[in-house]
Design a protein around this ligand. Sequence first.
Ligand code: UGA
Length: 438
Amino acid sequence: MRHIAIIGTGYVGLVSGSGISDFGHKVICADISEEKIKVLQAGKIPIYEPGLDELIDRNTKAERLSFSTDVGKTIRDSEVIFIAVGTPQSENGEADISAVKAVAKTIGQNLNSRKVVCTKSTVPIGTGKLVMSIINENNPEKMEFDYVSNPEFLREGSAVKDFLWPDRLVIGTESDWGFEVMRDVYRPLYINETPIIHTTVETSELIKYASNAFLSLKISYINEISALCEKVGADVHVVAKTMGSDGRISPKFLHPGPGFGGSCFPKDISALVSMAQNKNVPMRTIQAAIETNAHQKKRMVKKLQVLTGDFSGLTIGILGLAFKSKTDDVRESASLEMVGSLLKAGAQVKAYDPEANTSFAEFYPQITYCKTWEEAVKDTDAVAVMTEWNEFRTMDAKTLKNLMKSPIILDTRNILSRKELQKNGFSFDNVGRPMETK
Ligand code: UGA
């Protein structure tokens, strides 16, 4: 059993902290935000993430997991310190690592024994070296420490599962002791034969960006193919599935949609482009993925406009505000572009998301938020399905039609039955599939 500190209680910090405590270690999650820690100490979870409440509850009851605002003491009391603070996008597209630097300083000031310092936050390549030098500068006693880069590959909505059953673990370190300690932290996974990839710090830092950028490329690629499918009458799902049956391609992340969002892909790919630019390496493919994604979000607005004509004076129902299902996160969500365009064009918006109404209201407080999808579609001139929540998959076309003023629907996630919509006389569109079904 190891004593572990997790600095930062965002979704990576919370999922990693509770996951590591579930492995049997003693974990303290620390954050400078008193508000966040107060909520956690009261047994509440500040984010919606399936399975996280149960994981936190189980491990706090077993006294393996606790929360603190005393970051310094948490560091002094631990032998492994994970940096899991946010690295948001700054105005020039680069990642803002000021929080990482601040934590490095605090670690330096509180090093009282040899410790492993491990960065989980997604940080630009070279940050490891910077963190090491900040710790050294702030550590007058010159206490020894070992540095590790251990990027996270969690997806919001399935983060707990991704943490407990990862495809691989990446441990970037030049230190043998650091590697051994990390292997011990992740011992249950190691026993389960999860591949552990031991790299240098820089390679590990780059693996994270390269992975996220590649997944974004796949999505933008299939979104472009979907536009071509629409023009030539092909079905993008059959194209994607058949492409994916080639082991070299894989069917995952080839689902067309309204354009990717979230707190990771948009920020990480723009950071990668900036980093590469600074080294005079053009990232043409990634630049193209960014452009395609911005265009895809606008393309959805255009599709709705083709169905309805001028938006002015219309009431539009928006089903789904989160950037994907099973999360309350709306950052960079395609719904932001859609709602923004509708309001600008003079439409009224009624919206419903099972989890994200509150977070969306921070961006657009002026729209009407509903408690059910039925309420959101009632008396609307058209509806756009923006997020693939299960409850939208099972909406009955007949009920929809009866509730709406006119039967017009845009399905940006391809989750509705075209046959049913057709049967009920809907005027509709989706992404990359022919309207007529056989
Ligand atoms: C992503 C990565 O998948 C994780 O591996 C990584 O750890 C995480 O970023 C991170 O860097 O922290 P996340 O953003 O939570 O995870 O969610 P994804 O499931 O990757 O979805 C991202 C966006 O792509 C969503 O808007 C989703 O709707 C869209 N998407 C995904 C598609 O449009 N099509 C697909 O086939 C897959």
